[in-house]
Design a protein around this ligand. Structure first.
Ligand SMILES: Cc1cc2nc3c(=O)[nH]c(=O)nc-3n(C[C@H](O)[C@H](O)[C@H](O)COP(=O)(O)OP(=O)(O)OC[C@H]3O[C@@H](n4cnc5c(N)ncnc54)[C@H](O)[C@@H]3O)c2cc1C
Length: 438
């Protein structure tokens, strides 16, 4: 079966949804997601989203981002992200997103690596507030079709090695070819490849494996961020995040003797290293987090989701300590893109965590990723819209017979084996790069 779209977007996280909303309504968009529509890491974001507060904050925001990234960041991308932040916030407001305010003024929180509070938030469920609002808006658009439980298995390349769509399958394994003028990969990170991760299990870096298979440039595959504080649990599955803004509001880390052992507001990689060292010294599988410096009111009002989850696991942060442990959290590398989201393959774009435009360098500054996802997803939409307006949608002219012959159905006969192969390809590439760096 063949389906047609002007633009196919893979992923219903903040990047995919924001991208879809930035096309004119005469462009036919298809968005697909592997799982339920609301099962994206964007929904899980707790702490918040950065915004440039005022011109006086520019230099310090820029420096904080560069410093956290060990100055391996692409300065042009950092500038674009910071300079676009206020516009993104007003667009989000226009869609109906609500950030916490005191009267008419925004309230800002702080996380590790930030020299001042500049993070907008909505309780401790900022990602849900943003992503569910974007989703509501997407579902109202007549030109956008969304398919859940539909996985991209591959991209389709024309004989001149330009992208002209994707191969996808539904839950029953039925294969459909999507013929599209432009394809946007917004598939998120790769935490599903790890035993201990804050990410959804189904987010496994498929787009990265597909990129490697087609010779598309990928950058910094081994730049993987570990979050210092996830709730320690013996249970299998996703690790629950204890947002950095809890430490930003005053929570402290303690060793087995309940003594402080580090500066909790250093960038994530540094705090992670110190926690691991302490766990080894104490011979414990976790360290303690104490919220004794945060008022009960603040815990209940700012962190109701975290409080609820801790209580469910048998820990009361209002009156005691909670055990925390580092876990895989974020992917700074990805499919190499320019500042408009273009990959090295014509007609193929990437945005969000799947892509690498160099904003984060070697280590992401807290609460820069939702912002980055939306800034560059919007830019990709703009670039595609311009291309369509000036040149039309190239793949529209590929007839069915020619298009079908670009695909070898044999490659998708055993989907489980294909996906398993993708996972080990990505893990091998990570290992290879790590070995090169040693
Ligand atoms: C627990 C947690 C807390 C976080 N807190 C914050 C925070 O406070 N602030 C912040 O800025 N960032 C935070 N982040 C990071 C941030 O949420 C993500 O980096 C960002 O939302 C990524 O958005 P995305 O659209 O690129 O990907 P995602 O939101 O992960 O979406 C990926 C989409 O791609 C789909 N997909 C993947 N592979 C396929 C395939 N083969 N076929 C079809 N669909 C596919 C998935 O189903 C999903 O819909 C947090 C992340 C986690 C996990």
């Amino acid at each position: 079966m063949i389906k047609n779209a002007d633009v196919v977007i893979v992923g219903t996280g903040a990047a995919g949804l924001f991208c879809a909303l930035h096309f004119t309504e005469d462009i036919r968009i298809l968005i697909i997601t592997k799982d339920a529509i609301d099962k994206s890491d964007s929904f899980l974001a707790q702490g918040g989203m950065c915004m440039l507060r005022d011109e006086d904050d520019y230099n310090s925001y820029f420096e904080d981002t560069m410093k956290a990234g060990h100055y391996e960041n692409n300065p042009q991308s950092v500038e674009i992200m910071i300079r676009s932040s206020q516009k993104i916030v007003s667009e989000l407001n226009s869609y109906g997103v609500e950030f916490e305010k005191n009267g008419r003024d925004y309230l800002f929180t702080r996380e590790g690596g930030h020299s001042r509070p500049r993070i907008l938030f909505h309780e401790d469920i900022t990602g849900k507030e943003i992503t569910s609002t974007l989703l509501d808006n997407v579902l109202k658009r007549k030109n956008i079709e969304v398919l859940e439980y539909t996985s991209m298995l591959d991209i389709i390349c024309d004989k001149d090695n330009s992208c002209c769509g994707i191969v996808m399958c539904n839950r029953d394994g039925d294969i459909t070819l999507v013929r599209a003028g432009h394809t946007v990969l917004a598939c998120g990170g790769l935490g599903g490849l790890y035993k201990h991760s804050t990410n959804f299990k189904h987010i496994t870096g498929d787009a990265l494996a597909i990129a490697y298979n087609h010779g598309i440039e990928v950058e910094h595959i081994s730049y993987i961020q570990t979050h210092p504080t996830t709730l320690y649990s013996e249970k299998p599955g996703r690790r629950f995040l204890i947002s950095e803004s809890v430490r930003g509001e005053g929570a402290i880390l303690l060793n087995r003797n309940k003594e402080r052992f580090c500066d909790e507001l250093m960038p994530r990689d540094i705090v992670t290293a110190q926690i691991r060292k302490q766990m080894e010294k104490d011979n414990m599988p976790y360290v303690w987090l104490s919220m004794e410096n945060i008022t009960e009111d603040e815990i209940r009002n700012h962190f109701p989701n975290i409080l609820g989850q801790c209580l469910k696991e048998g820990y009361n942060p209002v009156s005691g300590y909670i055990p925390v442990v580092p876990a895989q959290h974020y992917f700074m590398g990805g499919i190499k893109v320019n500042s408009m989201g273009r990959t090295s393959m014509p007609h193929l774009y990437a945005a969000g965590e799947t892509s690498c435009n160099g904003v984060h360098g070697r280590n992401r500054l807290a609460s820069n990723s939702l912002l980055e996802s939306m800034v560059f997803a919007e830019r990709a939409a703009y670039a595609i819209q311009q291309e369509i307006t000036s040149k039309g949608s190239q793949c529209k002219n590929l007839d069915d017979d020619y298009f079908t012959h670009l695909v070898n159905y044999e490659d998708y006969k055993d989907i489980d084996a294909l996906i398993k192969g993708y996972k080990s390809r990505v893990l091998n590439e990570i290992k290879k790069e790590e070995n090169r760096h040693e």
